[in-house]
Design a protein around this ligand. Structure first.
Ligand SMILES: Cc1ncc(C[n+]2csc(CCOP(=O)(O)OP(=O)(O)O)c2C)c(N)n1
Length: 636
């Protein structure tokens, strides 16, 4: 009989006997492997915390007790156990459940996330609120070892550790970020686990505690366990957490449900800041995911039997690949070029660079602010750093971009992947703000290529530009075509646009990056209806190509801007302000993403829904010209 099928809420889980929990864990694994094989998703991370999710809901009283998961990508078992088993097949689909945790999705999702490093701060806020309100529930933050490379996690720990507030930090240590974890903290955690002294001591004391329990009963066992923890800490590199003000427990096997439940029960009964160090294996229980943890951290739909991707890669390479290959090739010409990633080597394509130029590649951990300022330091010494980063994660480092780079006019190059509609990862990962936030930075060159060749051309322009920072952006998608070899691609002349289609006076469409192909296709449609549209590839979002604008206006009566970014303070607002000041008679409209958070869904589906397609651009142009389609057809 299926246990999972009968669990609608944690109350149902609590009715199970402890000895039934391993069976439940197996059912959850089967469900995760099967479900994600259709929807794709963060299967590896979620398989690693099946037992931990069960134990947390079994031993704590969610939602009265507040359990906060860092990032939330690993919380699929949590979803299954908190009333979302039936909805699981809709994971990451349009109108389906999110791939992360969201407060408005479920009462057990205490804090929405998607970006790493927020759990300790959020949980500490909840613990403080509890104390202010005179309440007594427990607050737990579950944080991966990868998230312990985030500065924000330490800001939270520093604040919480010496507060005496009742807060439990669970470190889910699988040795992995998306890629193998990096840095000193990761090494320290590894040492805690590997230290034979700690392990020998732990085993000895455990034996003693057990024996005492048999002779003297539970009270003495509690006392002995306290002694066990204290003595162990004396010898354990868990001192790292102890110094931060947390009592340290662990490391414990995160796949041993008995051990997990016992420990959670024991630590739950105490008070003050404490940390439980739980060892887990990413991908646990699924042979492919265990064997290649980086690939299986999160991926698209697969065949659960063979582990092969359901959709074979075909057609042009992704923008990420074009960037990775292009940068690697340019690095051969430019010995001063280095690449920096904040824990995303494969996501940004810099893993390709790493293979060719290992000494010039830096994975700094999930530390975007540090990545940017580190790049600034390198740039002061004549090195040319390329910070390869997702648009959404660079938000974390905005002050570093302004204060450490732009104010000092340092020639750091920012390559923003996942710019625009990111798709299934949803709200927290959308790259919709980079044009707006980069435009606001004085001295920042802001660019967006229309295709892979232009991306490489712009990288050349960036390398030739030494007067200040330079950024470019491209989406999570396939590039429009296979690019040429980097050696055959010339630098894009600085600050220039490219007129791709010459229309008459009707309308000038100024398109940015990914919106250039739909703008061109829209112009073809309009042509058939008798509307003559000029299309310009505005590969430089800033500076504007003022010479080109002089040629276009006031000759065109209408101006339509199109970009895959927020319309609020985006390219449209910037360019139209310039045009309105000089040629007030020109009627303008801006297309982009609305001033609202965009939910998850397939990228193509979202683009269509939001009108960023050839049809959408043509429709907006018609509306701007005030000509309904019928009239246009009659005049054609
Ligand atoms: C600020 C930020 N940068 C990068 C990422 C991308 N990312 C998602 S999960 C992850 C690894 C997290 O590692 P860990 O905390 O150990 O969790 P695990 O996946 O191993 O369970 C990274 C880098 C992110 N979510 N947030």
């Amino acid at each position: 009989m299926s246990l999972l099928a009968h669990i609608q809420s944690p109350a149902d889980l609590k009715r199970l006997r402890r000895d039934q929990l391993p069976q439940l864990a197996q059912e959850i694994r089967d469900r995760l492997i099967e479900g994600c094989s259709i929807t794709g998703g963060h299967i590896g991370a979620s398989l690693g915390v099946v037992e931990l999710s069960i134990a947390l809901l079994y031993e704590f009283d969610s939602p009265a007790d507040k359990i906060v998961w860092d990032v939330g990508h690993q919380a699929y078992a949590w979803k299954l156990l908190t009333g979302r088993n039936d909805a699981f097949p809709t994971l990451r689909q349009r109108d389906g459940i999110s791939g992360f945790l969201k407060r408005d999705e479920n009462e057990h999702d205490q804090f929405g996330a998607g970006h790493a490093g927020t759990a300790v701060s959020a949980a500490f806020g909840m613990a403080t609120a509890r104390d202010l309100k005179g309440e007594s529930h427990k607050v737990v933050a579950v944080v991966g070892d990868g998230a312990l490379t985030c500065g924000l996690s330490y800001e939270g720990m520093n604040n919480a550790g010496h507060s005496d507030r009742d807060i439990i930090l669970i470190v889910n240590d699988n040795g992995m970020s998306i890629s193998p974890n990096v840095g000193a903290i990761s090494k320290t955690l590894g040492r805690i686990v590997a230290d034979p002294r700690t392990n020998r001591l732990r085993e000895k004391i455990k034996g003693m505690t057990f024996a005492l329990g048999g002779v003297f009963g539970e009270g003495v066992v509690d006392f002995a366990r306290n002694v066990e923890e204290s003595v162990k800490n004396l010898f354990s590199p868990g001192m790292l957490f102890e110094e931060l003000g947390f009592r340290y427990f662990g490391p414990i096997d995160g796949h041993d449900l008995t051990k997990l439940c016992d420990t959670l029960q024991f630590v739950r009964g105490m008070s003050g800041p404490r940390v439980i160090h739980v060892m887990t294996q990413k991908g646990k229980g699924f042979v492919y995911a265990e064997a290649n943890q980086e690939k299986w951290h999160g991926l698209a739909a697969y065949d659960p039997v063979t582990g092969e991707a359901r959709k074979k890669a075909s057609g042009p390479p992704t923008w990420t690949q074009v960037f990775g290959d292009g940068l690697t090739a340019l690095a051969t010409e430019h010995p001063e070029l280095v690449a920096i990633t904040a824990a995303m080597p494969s996501g940004t394509g810099t893993n390709l660079f790493q293979k060719q130029h290992p000494g010039r590649f830096f994975d700094v951990g999930i530390a975007e602010g540090h990545a940017v300022t580190f790049a600034g330091g390198l740039a002061t010494q004549g090195i040319r750093p390329v910070v390869a980063i997702y648009s959404t994660f660079l938000q974390r480092a905005y002050d570093n971009v302004i204060h450490d780079i732009a104010v000092q006019r340092l020639p750091v190059i920012f390559c923003m992947d996942r710019a625009g509609l990111v798709g299934e990862d949803g709200q927290t990962h959308m790259g919709l703000y980079d044009i707006a936030y980069m435009l606001a930075v004085p001295g920042m060159t802001v660019t967006a290529p229309k295709d892979g060749d232009e991306l490489i051309g712009l990288l050349r322009t960036a390398l030739a530009h030494t007067g200040g920072p330079f950024c470019t952006r491209y989406p999570r998608d396939k590039a429009p075509a296979e690019p040429r070899a980097a050696s055959d691609i010339a630098e894009v002349p600085y600050g220039t646009w490219e007129q791709l289609r010459e229309g008459k006076e009707d309308v000038a469409i100024l398109a940015v990056g990914t919106m250039v192909p739909p703008a061109l296709a829209a112009a073809e449609q309009l042509q058939r209806e008798g509307v003559s549209a000029t299309v310009v590839n505005c590969r430089f979002v800033k500076p504007l190509d003022e010479a080109m604008l002089e040629r276009l206006f006031p000759g065109h009566a209408h101006l339509l801007t199109v970009e895959e970014g927020t319309v609020v303070n985006g390219f449209g607002a910037f360019a139209r302000a310039y045009v309105a000041e000089r040629w007030p008679g020109v009627h303008g409209a801006s297309m982009g993403l609305p001033d609202a958070f965009v939910e998850h869904g397939e990228r193509g589906e979202l683009l269509a829904e939001l009108g960023l397609t050839a049809d959408g651009v043509a429709a907006r142009a018609r509306a701007l010209l005030g000509k309904p389609l019928r009239t246009l057809l009659e005049t054609a």
